[in-house]
Design a protein around this ligand. Structure first.
Ligand SMILES: CCCCC/C=C\C/C=C\C/C=C\C/C=C\CCCC(=O)SCCNC(=O)CCNC(=O)[C@H](O)C(C)(C)COP(=O)(O)OP(=O)(O)OC[C@H]1O[C@@H](n2cnc3c(N)ncnc32)[C@H](O)[C@@H]1OP(=O)(O)O
Length: 169
């Protein structure tokens, strides 16, 4: 199996997707044969909503956000004809995140996110994402989202790190 996007993107302390964040969700994203990307995640009991059986909406938002932004970066490297993480870094941030929560997401089973790049226009990349049961059974997804990813300059990180956080990892 090829490495996950997150294992190739350098210098990532993100709570959702950073391998270098020991307290984070550490999600992993991969290309699928049809050009979409997927991420399988097993929710943890403490990530519950009010009732203990369902996943908190903010956790769902983080999973969607990080899977889509990492997909945007992976797609941008592919458009540049480079392997992820090779050469001048390509960074994207979340400009907009719109989520429809369609049904409660069970906390005691693996879930799957599938994202697609819908459009690239200058610095802006639009992606769609569905969060569903890991079996991809033909039922309504638990959540559906659109994301606007915005490319930021490769020197953006110079302004964005707290040294103590970097030293910790
Ligand atoms: C803050 C943390 C960032 C972390 C990532 C950064 C670097 C990566 C480093 C290592 C880690 C690697 C991977 C994983 C990292 C993260 C994954 C999770 C992602 C996040 O969790 S990330 C946090 C939440 N995110 C923010 O903290 C963004 C705050 N924000 C800004 O920093 C600015 O707001 C920015 C840069 C978005 C725009 O800056 P700006 O306005 O100067 O950009 P500019 O003028 O060049 O606009 C260019 C075109 O985008 C359009 N546009 C602009 N903003 C838009 C918006 N909001 N919605 C729709 N369209 C928008 C314009 O209308 C124009 O469109 P047009 O070209 O058609 O005119």
């Amino acid at each position: 199996m090829k490495p996950a996007f997150q294992d190739l993107i350098p210098h990532n302390h993100c709570f959702g997707c950073g391998p270098q964040n020991s307290e984070g969700l550490k999600l992993k994203s991969y290309w699928r044969d049809d050009g979409s990307s997927e991420c399988v995640y097993l929710p943890q009991p403490h990530q519950c909503a009010g009732p203990t059986g369902f996943v908190n909406g903010g956790i769902i938002a983080t999973l969607i956000d990080c899977h889509c932004i990492c997909t945007a970066m992976a797609h941008a490297y592919a458009l540049a004809g480079r392997e992820i993480g090779q050469g001048q870094p390509i960074w994207y941030v979340t400009g907009e995140l719109n989520i429809q929560y369609l049904a409660p997401t069970p906390i005691d089973e693996a879930i799957k996110l599938v994202a697609k790049v819908e459009n690239v226009s200058g610095k802006k990349m639009t992606l769609s994402c569905e969060l569903m049961n890991v079996t991809e059974a033909p039922s309504t997804p638990y959540a559906r989202a659109t994301i606007m990813a915005i490319q930021v300059p490769s020197n953006w990180l110079k302004h964005a790190d707290i040294p103590a956080m970097c030293e910790k990892s």
